[in-house]
Write a protein that binds this ligand. Structure first.
Ligand code: FAD
Ligand code: FES
Ligand code: FES
Length: 462
């Protein structure tokens, strides 16, 4: 097994021509599939050391690097202001630990029927830029997805960028834009139905163009072209909204599964389409402003071979197997057993550690990706004299140390909030711990503890 960390797209593409190599980006799909035995990987090409985490403006397009994470898409002003449907879709992916790792490129290439990022992108008419041994080509959204897990990407090709046209259709006076994710709970949920809508209106509310993207209602996320064609050129009113919503419900082709019946999904798709077409409140349609995002330079490391990184403040060299999970490396190889192995699927947060300051699931990241980075485990939260650190003491004082399994992960998520000096509001705290599950007592004392830690941190800073 060799774990490669190429520094240029050309080198990555060269490595991808070897047999049995697999691209890994955030790893949040791939590692789950590996753990379930669904894919076997011989060698890895880790593309997170390429400069693919940029967001640029050209005269005609917004260009998003394939390595931009969902967390960045959800909060970056350029995206939230001008591609709000995509930003909201990214915010609805999983929970903070996954969003800090999951990339838009991985979401696209994974080609899941339930891919929220793809659904959010669909209404922006993206072109996918892929590079292979024969050069670079642009693939339109409509041609990219061939079925669950299948796409137009050829073996040995890399998705590098997403190009989104800046222009609205000519004559647009108002744009109505929405993102709806219907699921069984608020976080860590696969969409039962996702709906993205952008409708462009003229001064008389005549529809110049409408774009309806859906996910979890067909083998791949797609645009409901029937409904888009039937609404074009007509004045948008309640009767038309009802008619078009019915077309959306009839056009989608969902299946029955454990998350919902086909009939239920059709109904929800129709309801979401109607909601989009009747809620004119958040009309949009401005020019673009905002600063481009320069690529964040990857940390220094060797393309292959032993890795060095910082673990709880100390430099560590690791010479073992880099295809093991970060979780296994820190627990089994380096002896930091405070990080727990819960679900092993990115669901429970028991394995939360900080990587370069962001909470991530150590069960979703491979050891090779720690190269050059800074990793903090629960042991790293303890004060230098061995007494509990600020967050740990707050958990003790609030009576929130409920079990030894989940609390380390909760404390890591809390530490990230404290480090960011976030405002101690209940909403912020609930959001921050939404990727951490407690199966026993509940969240009240944990929320109190996080709030206490944030308040004490504020007092220290003042
Ligand atoms: C607990 C959990 C919850 C989740 N919830 C959601 C959710 O709510 N919504 C949602 O949409 N998804 C969800 N996902 C799925 C996943 O997080 C996303 O699909 C994510 O965007 C994948 O990106 P990644 O960088 O982690 O991909 P990886 O796992 O690194 O890669 C995925 C696949 O794409 C290939 N690949 C990646 N990047 C490239 C590239 N640039 N060029 C060529 N090939 C590439 C890899 O070889 C692999 O086959 C969830 C996953 C987990 C574990
Ligand atoms: S999220 Fe990693 S063990 Fe559950
Ligand atoms: S804190 Fe571990 S199950 Fe509740």
């Amino acid at each position: 097994m060799t774990y490669y960390r190429p520094r240029t797209v050309a080198r990555a593409v060269e490595l991808l021509q070897k047999p049995d190599v697999r691209v890994i980006s955030g790893g949040t799909d791939l590692v789950v599939r590996m753990e379930k035995g669904l894919v076997e990987c011989e060698d890895f090409v880790d593309i997170s050391y390429l400069a693919l985490n940029h967001i640029n403006l050209t005269d005609t397009d917004i260009v998003i690097g394939a390595g931009v994470t969902m967390a960045t898409l959800a909060r970056h002003p350029l995206i939230t202001e001008h591609l709000p449907v995509l930003a909201l879709a990214a915010r609805d992916v999983a929970a903070p630990q996954i969003r800090n790792r999951a990339t838009i490129g991985g979401n696209i290439v994974n080609a899941s029927p339930a891919a929220d990022g793809v659904c959010g992108l669909s209404v922006h008419d993206p072109l996918f830029s892929v590079t292979g041994p024969a050069g670079t080509r642009l693939i339109p959204f409509a041609d990219f997805f061939h079925g669950p897990g299948r796409s137009a990407l050829l073996p040995g090709e890399l998705l590098t960028e997403i190009h989104i046209p800046r222009a609205q259709p000519e004559g647009t006076v108002r744009e109505v834009a929405h993102w709806f994710k219907h699921g069984n709970r608020l976080a860590q949920v696969i969409s039962v139905v996702a709906f993205a809508g952008r409708t462009f209106l003229d001064a008389q509310d005549k529809v110049i163009e409408a774009r309806f993207g859906v996910a979890s209602v067909a083998p791949v996320p797609y645009r409901v072209r029937d409904a888009e064609a039937q609404i074009r050129g007509r004045v948008l009113d309640t009767a038309l909204a009802t008619e078009i919503a019915a077309v959306v419900g009839r056009s989608v082709t969902p299946i029955d599964d454990q998350r919902g019946s086909a009939a239920y999904r059709r109904n929800i798709a129709s309801i979401l389409a109607r909601r989009h077409l009747t809620d004119f409140a958040d009309g949009r349609g401005r020019g673009l402003t905002g600063e481009p995002v320069a690529p964040i330079p990857a940390p220094p490391c060797h393309e292959e071979g032993a890795i060095t990184f910082t673990l709880n403040g100390a430099d560590v060299t690791y010479t073992g197997d880099q295809s093991v999970r970060l979780l296994d490396m820190v627990r089994d190889h380096l002896g930091f057993t405070g990080t727990k192995n819960g679900c092993g699927e990115g669901e429970c947060g028991a394995c939360t550690v900080l990587v370069d300051g962001d909470p991530v699931n150590a069960c979703m990241m491979l050891a090779g990706n720690a190269a050059g980075r800074t990793v903090t485990t629960i042991e790293g939260l303890t004060a230098a004299d061995g007494t509990p650190g600020l967050v740990q003491q707050a958990f003790v004082d609030a009576g929130a140390v409920q079990c030894g399994f989940c609390i380390p992960g909760f404390e890591m998520s809390a530490q990230a909030l404290v480090d960011n000096a976030a405002e101690p509001s209940e909403e912020t705290i609930r959001e921050a711990i939404s990727g951490n599950l407690c199966r026993c007592t509940g969240y009240i004392k944990i929320i109190d503890a996080v709030k206490l830690a944030m308040e004490r941190n504020g007092e220290v800073q003042e």
